[in-house]
Design a protein around this ligand. Structure first.
Ligand SMILES: Cc1ncc(COP(=O)(O)O)c(C=O)c1O
Length: 379
């Protein structure tokens, strides 16, 4: 007999308790090891993470910083973006992708996304380039890479740098490459809910380029190439050893967790096949998606927000990433955009619903989410 909905277990977008339970004492041992070591900032745990994660991305250099936001800010500076430049990015992303550009005194130039994948459209990116553009910042949203071959070709043609925002794409590939391989540098976030998350904040810059790596290392340490010598203005953004140790425990599990995310996503795809009201975003050709989010567009008689609320009443908790595009944020008023400028991003903001897809869900839970959603959205 089926359990009554009110008694059913909640289904949430993440389950950090299940992750901790799976890792068992290894996680606690790592934290205790750091506590007893007395090395709390950078040090061997962070160096191991930098080396291993860079190798995983197939590049020689990894520079660990305090947050994914700092990875973007310092990454932009390290690839050579200066105050007064402009940088092309997507309006449909977490605000940090664009705000980091403005934070360093450059101007975000926005270009709309592809409606099937919600990723930066290279043709629109080209149209957004102006005389001050020095860099393109593609966002690998939801766990799949933007079309980096096209974006690299565009950057080469126009003499631009590329900084990839890989905050959501640990382990993803497209055309056989990872975030950071085709760009001049790539950035990752280790916010706790990411596919690879710390027990606190963390970020990483990866690059093939030794000069960019040296500069990023200096920038995270007050622009200091050696103690008490400050060659340029930087900040303090050194990753804590506790976070390095935690990430070193979790990292060996990332591939397996990503495989499970893909299995769950394939199950959702099958469940929604043929639906006219629940439309999953598409997998790009030659793409290995890591489903940081499994995202559908809701085109039903009910609004997405109503569907979200009704699912919540059944203890199925979904996310909306993101309800407001970058250009319609209050603080972006001075950037020169307004409603209607990026119609695809604006429609996505009204329609997207991100369904639970973390690796500790069961097939039955995916089916429960699918059935409830299809019942609410209608045929
Ligand atoms: C696309 C994107 N860029 C940047 C960031 C910023 O990372 P952090 O929260 O680690 O500063 C995030 C984090 O959620 C993100 O999703």
């Amino acid at each position: 007999m089926q359990t009554a909905p009110a008694q059913q277990k909640p289904i949430a977008p993440v389950d950090l308790a299940a992750e901790r339970a799976e890792l068992g004492v290894a996680l606690e041992d790592a934290v205790l090891r750091v506590l007893r070591s007395g090395t709390y900032i950078l040090g061997p745990e962070v160096e191991k993470l930098e080396k291993d994660f860079a190798a995983y991305c197939n590049v020689p250099h990894g520079i660990a910083v305090a947050t994914g936001t700092d990875a973007l800010i310092l990454g932009l500076l390290a690839v050579g973006v200066k105050r007064g430049d402009s940088v092309v990015t997507s309006p449909f992303t977490f605000f940090a992708s664009a705000s980091c550009i403005a934070w360093i005194g450059a101007t975000p130039k926005l270009a709309d996304v592809d409606p099937d994948t919600a990723l930066l459209d290279p043709k629109k990116a080209e149209a957004a380039i102006d005389g001050k553009t020095s860099c393109i910042l593609p966002v690998h949203l939801y766990g799949q890479l933007a079309d980096m071959r096209a974006i690299r070709a565009l950057a080469d043609k126009r003499g631009l740098k590329i900084l990839e925002d890989g905050a959501q794409c640990h382990g993803a590939k497209r055309d056989g490459v990872s975030c950071g391989e085709l760009g001049d540098a790539g950035t990752y976030s280790f916010y706790p809910t990411k596919n690879l998350g710390a027990c606190g904040e963390g970020g990483l810059i990866v690059t093939k380029n030794a000069d960019i790596a040296t500069r990023a290392k200096r920038l995270r340490d007050h622009g200091s190439p050696q103690k008490y010598v400050h060659a340029e203005l930087g900040t303090n953004s050194r990753l804590q050893a506790f976070q390095g140790a935690v990430l070193n425990v979790k990292f060996p599990h990332l591939e397996r967790w990503n495989v499970r995310r893909r299995e769950l996503a394939a199950r959702y795809d099958r469940n929604f096949a043929g639906s006219k009201t629940v439309l999953p975003l598409k997998l790009a050709a030659n793409s290995v998606h890591v489903y940081h989010q499994y995202t559908v567009r809701i085109r039903a008689n009910r609004s997405r927000d109503e569907v979200l609320k009704l699912l919540g009443e059944q203890k199925i908790f979904c996310g909306v990433h993101y309800p407001t595009p970058v250009h319609l944020q209050p603080v972006a008023k001075g950037w020169g955009y307004g409603p209607g400028d990026f119609p695809i991003s604006e429609a996505l903001s009204r329609e997207v619903l991100c369904l639970p897809v973390h690796p500790f869900l069961t097939d039955a839970e995916i089916d429960r989410v699918s059935e409830s959603l299809l019942a609410l959205a209608g045929a």
